[in-house]
Design a protein around this ligand. Sequence first.
Ligand SMILES: [Zn+2]
Length: 402
Amino acid sequence: MDINSVVTPRMGVSAGEILGLFRGVSDGLTKADVMRRTGLSRTTVNQRLDGLLAAGLLIPAPEDARTRGRPAGQFVVNHDRGVLLVADIGATGLRTALCDLSGRVRSEREASADVTAGPQTILGIVDELFTEILEEEHQRPSAVLGVGIDVPGPVDFASGRVVSPPIMTGWDRFDIPGWFASRYDCPVLVDKDVNAMAFGEQRLRYPDVPHLLMVKVGTGVGTGLVAGGQVHRGADGAAGDVGHTQVTVEDTAEPPVCRCGNAGCVEAYAGGWALVRDLREAGREVVTVDDAVRLIRGGDPVAVRLARRAARILGGAIADTVNLFNPRVIAIGGQLAHTDELLFAGIREIVYRRSLPLATRNLQIVRSDLDPHAGILGLAQLLVDGIYAPQRIQELVDGAVV
Ligand SMILES: [Zn+2]
């Protein structure tokens, strides 16, 4: 047995970690670069790179379009070794995409669909769109190395099942990974939509900020936490459901009933569906959350008053989360994030007043940059992390004929 294969993993320079060096640079690296960065001998670097090349994980750097030459001795990560399929399932619509192994979207499809139609119908639509984009990109199902699905409800992450979702009628305990298992021979990841959004926003927009809170104010109110650069799902996958914490609102005699069955939840006042309900009660002709957003943006006095109240209630819930969790960035997405400064001003005012000064000293409250693509981009990043896990890379290298 080669001594290096015994010694180097203990020294922290496995094939997976060397691949990690390549993933961390925008251009390629040469053997000399790898030797310099790891302190490994030429023989060991040669052996590691040969393994990564044989497994198809690395390729020689492609020709430079400007200089019309191949950068001498450079290697890059082979992001086209396979593809990823991701689907962001919302309450009233869904978005699917095919991504390369860097997580970059190569093709995308959207559809309107009510999530209450149930898992067979909704996943059937997702599967049709997946088939279409695979064909468009000239890829076979066998090229799919990961499928990622996010849903607007609580998910037991380990089993990939939705658990007692407030709005996803018919989905309780449905085996989503099992449904895809007969179609694609690869891992199927299922997560709560806001977790995927939080991860996408953190990885792609705030890579140097390991603690980020994502708040989605769409039909409902959802939150996702990234702590230490990883999604914080909690013991059972239920972490960060701020939308269903209870609040006391002074000008309300009877707390409104929430979609979860309780009364007085944050989203029963501040969710898009609650604003639609209150606007209709006030005699406004609104049907969808987008209608409500249009009224707010148009300056309708009732709509503006309700939106200000929603912002204060959200601000209170977010302030509590800030005290508990101390994020550096709060990214806000969802349709109601498009009510211009109204929502942000209200949230900022309450958060800066009620959270600890130490927690707000460097806090940024911003609109989500990636929304409405944050979900699919975050799913792709979650899958990429699994695909490039050092253990999995080692297995691929061991399995390749060098
Ligand atoms: Zn609730």
